[in-house]
Design a protein around this ligand. Structure first.
Ligand SMILES: Nc1ncnc2c1ncn2[C@@H]1O[C@H](COP(=O)(O)OP(=O)(O)O)[C@@H](O)[C@H]1O
Ligand SMILES: [Mg+2]
Length: 289
């Protein structure tokens, strides 16, 4: 369905603001407590971890909590998602534009500043003029030496804003004598992982029976937990009402022609049919001589 023009605009305008964390956020209490504890003393916060471990989600949550701190409610959450193939000049251009550094340029149509340091000075000034909660996601996609210089520059010059960065690889800021706050994300603990399965099950309207198996296979990775729950076999996904519906369906189908069954399937709601299909096939196999 096409969005009205007004909505397109709003969607575009908001695309650089930071999304809220998921309503079913679980665990990570110790990590969030540590970030909160160091929030006033430090400027750069790095979140490290493998793909799918929950770096982005943790940063969204941390920024959401930061905005509830006294003096930070007006800070503008600003997301910059680094893309594969993004070059350093491209990232700098996005940084300038999103932080409003471009607007402050004396001659916005004139020649671009030549050095990295000049470009970063403009960004730092913008982050001082307007407090922001800047989140650079997936910075491992940028050349590590350049990324180290960028974050190092901001760490030394910015005080009024906070800069969060998520990365699969370490950014060697210590080589510049800077010690950012580092959070290394481990898999979710058992309790948080169980909570996540419960939340997901409730949201999807399914009863997950093999929680232990899912925990073993996913090993506490939020990404794999999600994948396991969503792809649980149909037998595990059934709710009581699905079972009743299926029992009625099977007894009715006994007297039906294939054409009639197909017509009924065409009219039935899809999630239920997808749950029922593997079972119907099994019943059908048993009937085949
Ligand atoms: N603490 C959490 N509570 C609930 N869901 C989470 C949590 N951490 C991650 N997720 C979910 O798991 C998936 C992977 O997390 P994500 O933050 O995208 O990982 P990463 O950024 O490390 O690749 C996402 O769908 C995310 O919403
Ligand atoms: Mg991510």
């Amino acid at each position: 369905m096409a969005l009205p023009r007004e909505d397109y605009r709003r969607h575009f305008d908001e695309s650089s603001s930071c999304p809220r964390s998921t309503l079913s956020f679980v665990g990570r209490d110790a990590e969030l407590a540590r970030i909160a504890e160091l929030f006033d003393e430090d400027v750069v916060f790095l979140i490290y971890g493998v793909a799918g471990i929950g770096k982005t989600e943790l940063a969204y949550r941390a920024l959401e909590l930061a905005r509830t701190r006294p003096g930070w409610s007006r800070a503008v959450p600003t997301l910059i998602q680094v893309q594969p193939e993004m070059t350093v000049p491209h990232l700098l251009a996005v940084l300038r534009q999103r932080t409003g550094a471009d607007a402050a340029r004396p001659d916005p149509l004139g020649a671009r500043s030549s050095s990295l340091a000049e470009e970063l000075d403009a960004v730092s000034r913008a982050l001082e003029a307007q407090p922001r909660l800047l989140f650079l996601d997936d910075v491992h996609l940028i050349d590590p030496a350049a990324m180290t210089r960028i974050l190092g520059h901001l760490a030394r010059r910015v005080r009024a804003s906070r800069v969060f960065a998520a990365s699969r690889l370490e950014v060697p800021l210590a080589s510049l004598g800077i010690t950012p706050v580092i959070t290394r994300l481990a898999p979710l603990d058992d309790r948080a992982a169980r909570d996540m399965i419960t939340h997901l099950g409730r949201r999807l309207g399914i009863a997950v029976s093999d929680v232990t198996g899912i925990l073993q296979r996913a090993g506490g990775s939020p990404f794999f937990l999600q994948r396991e729950v969503v792809s649980s076999p149909a037998d595990e996904l059934q709710t009581a009402s699905d079972q009743q519906w299926l029992a009625k369906l099977v007894s009715t189908l006994a007297g039906w022609t294939l054409a009639k069954i197909n017509r009924m399937i065409a009219k039935t709601n899809m999630p239920r049919i997808s749950v029922a299909t593997p079972m119907l096939l099994r019943i059908d196999n048993r009937r085949t001589p």
